[in-house]
Design a binder for this molecule. Structure first.
Ligand SMILES: Nc1ncnc2c1ncn2[C@@H]1O[C@H](COP(=O)(O)OP(=O)(O)OP(=O)(O)O)[C@@H](O)[C@H]1O
Length: 225
């Protein structure tokens, strides 16, 4: 994916100006930056929810080659949330009036549930799952479409340390096995250093990119000069 001279704004409020960035196929890239710098805004533009004011976003060779998977920020679901884990994972496969899945769709659900280690608990209500299990269910839902670019937006923010590493280790495994490219938005530098190979560091007036060993910050947003 190549981003050239990208500008994004909300009405008159400019958030991103002249961003240039390349995401290499198969890489695990972390997007770092302080609160309010525009990380989620950038993700929204990649998901096609926000039209650039200027510049371009080109996905790999041709735009139709790209299949995006998106794991949103962790939101704790109500304990009473009515769907089981399996129903939640399959949610996007239901079309309008058709309340059942065909054999191929069932296989896709089985595969995503297996990939995310949810087989044993797939029939439990999602509302009663642990934070890590809920995030794995979001990941499984994103994997249903067999994405080649997976975007995780602060997906680990409210998970405890063990669960964060578990989720990211799973993502890294999928990245390797399936030639996935991963874009991971986070404030968590140790986690980024553990799993990512490239970074995009967003600051209010500049952007830096490179391989993780070129990242010279001790905490997000604070560059050593
Ligand atoms: N719908 C909107 N309308 C107007 N301004 C917005 C809107 N959404 C976000 N903003 C503003 O755009 C700026 C960038 O927000 P964004 O959510 O992209 O930041 P972020 O880097 O993801 O922050 P955080 O780390 O806190 O999630 C902020 O100043 C925010 O207040």
């Amino acid at each position: 994916m190549t981003i050239k001279h990208l500008a994004l704004s909300y009405g008159a409020k400019s958030v991103i100006k002249d961003l240039n960035f390349s995401l290499q196929k198969g890489s695990f890239t972390v997007i770092l930056g302080e609160n309010g710098v525009g990380k989620t805004t950038l993700v929204r533009s990649l998901l096609g929810q926000l039209t650039p004011k200027a510049g371009s976003i080109n996905f790999f060779n041709q735009e139709r080659d790209i299949k995006l998977g998106y794991v949103p920020q962790f939101r704790n679901l109500d304990e009473e949330y009515p769907l089981t884990i399996r129903e939640f994972v399959a949610l996007n496969l239901y079309h309008g009036w058709m309340p059942w899945l065909n054999a191929t769709e069932k296989k896709r659900v089985d595969r995503a549930i297996k990939q995310t280690n949810l087989v044993a608990i797939q029939d439990r209500p999602l509302g009663q799952a642990s934070g890590g299990e809920k995030q794995r269910a979001y990941l499984a839902q994103a994997l249903i479409e067999h994405p080649n670019l997976l975007i995780l937006d602060e997906s680990t923010a409210s998970l405890d340390v063990g669960m964060k590493y578990e989720l990211l280790a799973l993502v890294a495994q999928l990245q390797e096995q399936q030639q996935l490219s991963v874009l991971f938005v986070t404030h968590d530098l140790p986690l980024a250093r553990q799993f990512a190979d490239h970074f995009l560091l967003m600051e209010h007036d500049r952007y830096q990119t490179g391989t993780m060993d070129q990242l010279k910050v001790s905490r997000v947003g604070e560059a050593h000069v």
